[in-house]
Ligand binder design. Structure first.
Ligand code: ADP
Ligand code: 5GP
Length: 211
């Protein structure tokens, strides 16, 4: 009884657990994330990563990513500003300590959208995250989605498909992900994501209402 009370007290003190969303590029992570942030704006906050890739049409600096040069990013990594960083498809990506702290300071559940290298690295930190993998129904469907998105050059697309094959294998490794969602029908996948996070959502709502 006491232990249960203590565990609950401790977890409220530590704040909500961050949520890591991972999965192949084109699987639908950003689409699902946008829906979640829209429905639960006072519950979730996005950890805005840094990247050296160019913004896509419609993306905003400081909202989707912090767009930086490789030199600036390498200098910041050397300074120790990042929790994790990785090279993906020829560009650097990374989660800064400030990005996660900013969301925590607002008492929101921090969502990270990171690749499989990021998942491995975050697992070795004390972040105590919930790990969710978003997978496409198949590689062919993924390729169609990436082509229809019209954001990648042929070279970038091929690199992403190559990485996707490894990611789809990685997601099957025992003990890596708490939940695996196959994003075939968008509304169904979104329902599964919401259900997986309902306990955390309700906890944050309760804490924020009483403060
Ligand atoms: P990611 O963030 O994982 O790279 P996106 O969210 O950008 O992927 O999705 C890739 C493309 O697939 C986008 O054009 C998006 O509109 C589309 N898409 C996402 N989910 C679905 C789905 N369930 N059915 C069909 N198209 C989808
Ligand atoms: P995109 O260029 O499509 O936005 O992202 C490419 C890949 O980089 C995706 O798998 C995405 O999850 C990953 N990514 C985005 N931000 C980060 C980050 O901060 N760290 C890591 N490791 N991967 C990231």
């Amino acid at each position: 009884m006491f232990m249960r009370y203590f565990a609950r007290f401790y977890s409220a003190m530590a704040g909500p657990r961050p949520v890591v969303l991972s999965g192949p590029s084109g699987a639908g992570k950003s689409t699902l994330l946008r829906k979640l942030l829209k429905e639960y704006s006072g519950v979730f906050g996005f950890s805005v990563s840094h990247t050296t890739r160019n913004p896509r049409p419609g993306e905003e600096n400081g909202k989707d990513y912090h767009y930086v040069t490789r030199e600036a990013m390498e200098a910041a990594i050397d300074k120790g500003d990042f929790i994790e960083n990785a090279e993906f498809s020829g560009n650097l990506y990374g989660t800064s300590k400030a990005a996660v702290q900013d969301v925590k300071d607002r008492n929101l559940i921090c969502i990270l959208d990171i690749d499989m290298q990021g998942v491995r690295n975050i697992k070795s930190t004390d972040l105590n995250a919930i790990y969710i993998s978003i997978q496409p129904p198949s590689l062919d469907v993924l390729e169609n989605r990436l082509r229809n998105r019209k954001t990648e050059s042929e070279e970038s697309l091929q690199k992403r498909l190559h990485a996707a094959k490894m990611d789809m294998e990685f997601s099957k490794e025992a003990g890596v992900f708490d939940v695996i969602i196959v994003n075939d029908n968008l509304e169904e996948a979104y329902g599964q994501l919401r259900d997986a996070l309902l306990e955390e959502i309700n906890q944050v709502k309760k804490v924020n209402m009483s403060s």
